[in-house]
Design a protein around this ligand. Structure first.
Ligand code: HEM
Ligand SMILES: [Cu+2]
Length: 641
């Protein structure tokens, strides 16, 4: 109980961790449903007729009659015949067959019976296909919505940010601990709406009559809730957007708290350009969260107003404009991808430096590029709408500004690589995930240039190329950095070490599984496989099979990671204060940190100077070597005491 009223940022971070990981599991279950459906499409176009023919044969057969193949072929391939000609021709075949089979035990059907059976078979088939499509549409929508709103947006800031931000500032807590708890309750409040949408959808699917009693459940609009479909469908759009609206408050409150904490709680010696880069990244993220989230919130309110009150903002029949919705939506949602990626970049900056045992290269460039990305991110939303009919001039402007984002992104990548150059690199699991991040983010970022190129965009729009691109950027970067951060700060969070060897096997499966799942989708998309289709022509089957195979490897890897963590909680060895020899302030207190974090606030020096930490085998961790401490630090320590 004391947990549910806790004001301790560390416990709030762990509460977020439990909730967010649970929703990651839910989103993951939908992902597997999608991939399994795509591996076994019930009826790809090539098989449809064969299935209907077999059904027809079975229906007629149940009436104790046989059907000559020739008659079936005619009825399914009428060619240019009129219905009357068809009837005549089929009847001729039937009479002919009857004449050739004088065996009276085999009665022969007539045309009318055959046609009726065919209609019944087509009806069965259509229902089956319709159910299949509905399940698919709802699954990809809920997968996307849960992953975006409940997993990747909050994952790094709310879990890791909450835990480490005050520690990295050498502070006792965030600036407003009560607000921090309130934002967790907003998250849970918003999540309940999602569970409602989901529960209703599942119940309606199992007991279809329920839908007449309590209305539509589930969600089939895609996570973007695009109008005009979202104002028409009878699924639970209002509940889902209501939930996302409430989640927005959680995001904004956390951001306010982080900005205030960074301004107010930085210790004397920690100037802006001495902050760990993780704090810069969280700061830039928080700025976006505060500026962009209200736009989404208002857009969703307008959508609800449109559905409930028919005010005519987006509905063309009422004088509204459906494209306006897309502008509003992407004005939030493009910056939102930076809400996902910037904190990921913060983690990678910390980890790359520590595990190369070298000072981060180009500190100021990395810090400023975070802010540059945050600002540029607001100017590129139109790249989601190249095919929507906006003017050529707008298209060109959005294309160019989008490409400009490549500059600050590349600055970071080059600085990380330079940091590693000549370093003494240790490939522990946090470092493996950080390297995975660089690999995946580079592929995701470079394919982003394809997406931003106007002519190429026409070809790959709404194909699997896009699906592959955004999974590389969002999942490859955010998920990998999140896992890097979780492994890196795990000993600090829980005071326990985990099995490094099993963590590395987990990384290997996740990395291989991810690339097998999604790389093939670039090829499939370039060949024309559209996204959001439950079935497809035979040519794409092999690609879908490979992708589904990869997703199973990925799933095994993720469960292994979870197992390693649980095992660590139950059996892990006591963690030292500083297992990696890092120098940012969170490593200057014991693991896990006590309630108020520090005995005495440690002096803030250059966070990337590792020279005065020495490896101590007895504790399997690093300790401060007083003798080699820089004079500056000794002076500071004196001032403080
Ligand atoms: C096991 C891993 C995953 C698999 C196999 C998977 C698979 C899929 C598939 C098949 C789609 C549907 C594509 C379409 O027809 O539009 C999809 C869409 C999507 N996925 Fe994933 N996914 C996985 C993990 C994730 C994760 C971790 C995230 C977020 C962090 C994510 C975010 C999304 C989003 C935003 C969509 C878009 C939904 C839409 O079409 O609007 N996926 N995913
Ligand atoms: Cu975008």
């Amino acid at each position: 109980m004391s947990w549910l009223f806790t004001l301790d940022h560390k416990r709030i971070g762990i509460l977020y961790m439990i909730a967010v990981l649970t929703f990651f599991l839910v989103g993951g279950i939908f992902a597997i449903v999608l991939r399994v459906m795509l591996a076994l499409p019930i009826a790809d176009a090539g098989n449809q007729m064969g299935m209907e023919m077999n059904d027809t044969r079975a229906i007629v057969h149940s009436q104790n009659a046989t059907v000559p193949d020739e008659a079936l072929n005619l009825i399914f391939n009428p060619g240019q015949r009129t219905p009357e000609e068809l009837q005549t021709d089929v009847e001729a075949v039937l009479t002919d067959t009857a004449a050739k089979n004088p065996n009276a035990n085999v009665p022969i059907v007539d045309y009318a019976q055959l046609n009726e059976a065919r209609t019944a078979a087509a009806g069965n088939y259509a229902t089956k296909l319709n159910n299949h499509n509905t399940l698919y549409n709802q699954s990809f929508t809920l997968h996307g919505a849960v992953m975006v709103f409940l997993f990747i947006i909050p994952a790094i800031p709310a879990i890791i940010g909450n835990f480490v931000l005050p520690l990295m500032l050498g502070a006792k807590d965030v600036a407003f601990p009560r607000l921090n708890l309130a934002s967790w309750y907003c998250y849970m409040g918003g999540a309940i709406f999602f569970i409602w949408v989901l529960g209703k959808g599942i119940m309606n699917y199992i007991v279809p009559t329920l839908e007449r009693v309590w209305g539509g459940g589930g969600l089939d609009t895609g996570w973007t809730f695009y109008t005009p479909y979202s104002t028409e469908t009878n699924t639970a759009v209002v509940a889902a957007t209501g939930g996302a609206f409430i989640l927005g408050f959680s995001s904004i409150l956390t951001a306010v708290n982080f900005i205030a904490s960074i301004h107010m709680l930085r210790p004397k010696n920690m100037t802006w350009f001495r902050m760990p880069l993780m704090l810069w990244a969280l700061y830039a993220t928080a700025v976006i969260q505060i500026l962009a989230t209200p736009v989404l919130a208002i857009t969703l309110l307008l959508l609800i107003a449109e559905r409930v009150l028919h005010v005519g903002i987006f509905d063309p029949a009422l004088g509204g404009d459906p494209i306006l919705y897309q502008h509003f939506f992407w004005f939030y949602s493009h910056p939102a991808v930076y809400i996902m990626i910037l904190p990921a970049m913060g983690i990678v900056s910390e980890v790359i430096s520590v595990f190369s045992r070298k000072h981060i290269f180009g500190y100021a460039f990395i810090a400023c590029s975070s802010m540059a990305i945050a600002i540029l991110g607001f100017l590129v939303w139109g790249h989601h709408m190249f095919t929507s009919g906006q003017s050529e001039l707008l298209n060109a402007v959005f294309s160019i500004i989008t490409m400009l984002v490549a500059i600050p992104s590349a600055i970071k990548v080059f600085n990380w690589l330079t940091t590693m150059y000549n370093g003494s690199i240790r490939l522990d699991s946090p470092m493996l995930y950080a390297l995975g991040f660089i690999w995946l983010f580079t592929i995701g970022g470079l394919t982003g240039i394809y997406c931003a190129t106007l002519a190429v965009n026409i070809h790959i729009h709404d194909t699997y190329f896009i699906v592959a691109h955004f999974h590389y950027v969002m999942v490859g970067s955010t998920l990998f950095a999140f896992l890097a951060g979780m492994h890196y700060w795990w000993p600090k969070m829980f005071g326990k070490m985990y099995s490094e060897r099993w963590a590395q096997i987990g990384w290997f499966l996740v990395f291989v599984g991810f690339n097998v799942t999604f790389f093939i989708q670039f090829i499939m998309g370039a060949l024309g496989m559209p996204r959001r289709y439950a079935t497809y022509i035979d040519k794409y089957q092999i690609y879908h099979h490979i992708s589904t195979g990869g997703s199973l490897i990925l799933t095994v890897g993720l469960f292994l990671v979870l197992f390693v963590w649980i095992h660590s909680l139950l059996r892990g060895k006591q963690a030292p204060a500083n297992p990696w020899g890092a120098n940012s302030l969170e490593w200057h207190t014991v693991s896990p940190p006590p309630h108020a974090n520090f005995d005495h606030a440690p002096p803030a020096t250059d966070p990337y100077d590792y020279s005065h930490w020495r490896w101590k085998p007895e504790i399997e961790g690093y300790i401060l070597d007083e003798a080699s401490e820089p004079e500056e630090r000794q002076a500071m320590a004196h001032n403080d005491s």
